[in-house]
Ligand binder design. Sequence first.
Ligand SMILES: [Zn+2]
Length: 324
Amino acid sequence: MSSKDIERCESELEDAENTARIGNFGKAAKKYLDVVEMCRKVEWNDEAAKAFFLSYLYPCNQDVKDRKDLLETGSLTNFFNNASTLPLMKVVAYMPGGLYGEFDTTRILTEAKGTLYMNAGLKAGSVEEAAKLLEKASECFLEIGGAPLFFSRYISCLKRRTTGNHAALECEGQIEYINGRGFVEVEPPKAVEYLMAAAKAFRAAKLREVWQEVNKIISGLRATRKCWMCGREVQGANHFNLVKADVGRYFEKILVDRKEDLRVIEGLLSIALCRPCYTSIYYEADRIAKMYYDMAMRAIAELAAEVRILAAEVRRLAAYAHSH
Ligand SMILES: [Zn+2]
């Protein structure tokens, strides 16, 4: 190696760093990638490794700057796949939000890994697969602990400034939520159990809106009614309908006098019907309406035909009168 090579290497590294400093991360990434070979040639293996790391990290920063989702562009996956092959080290870098300093590569890679696991978990096809991936994501985020995440705000599965601990809680909440979702239709009390745990985790994760949303689902699931028609007790707002009916004071009084379950009515103008009872009426009414519709259409067609015959007759008579 010659001193000229070393000098050139130094100046290229400086140039790449200056490009990153002014926030031109896409260009800086290319410059770092170009300088990797140069560093290896002069046996600056540490510098080569750092340049390689930055050449994959900075496209993520560029996406942040361009307000693109790192998961959509693939820059985060690309960064993780390439940079995790390197030995662990400390690297001086510019990070989103104007951060600049020396960072452990483990810290940045752990965040990327957690984020990729979380995203995959949320998109997983089965409950088991989702839970497994989100659990792994949660472990990564817990390793980061109370420190703020670098990229969370710019990533579609987190979308906010948050810490490792809060992101881990969010993953825990998602696991419970996904588990609970499977029971909503068939076993509402069990779904409620899971969703309660989810709500607790979301609340601790400082996701107020999600917490409220889950609570709404829980109160819907907890709602119980008794069907006016068949008398069955049903749980879950999706399992019954409140429909218009003339209940009136008389029938209300009957219920009260006989100490019957008042959940069969809703005020004086509606009753509760379980889904099978409700849909049987709905389908039957629909069938009858369709029958009358068809009858009416047939009658109209017959009338129209008659009108056509009469009109022809009128025209014929008019022509006759005209010619005589
Ligand atoms: Zn019923």
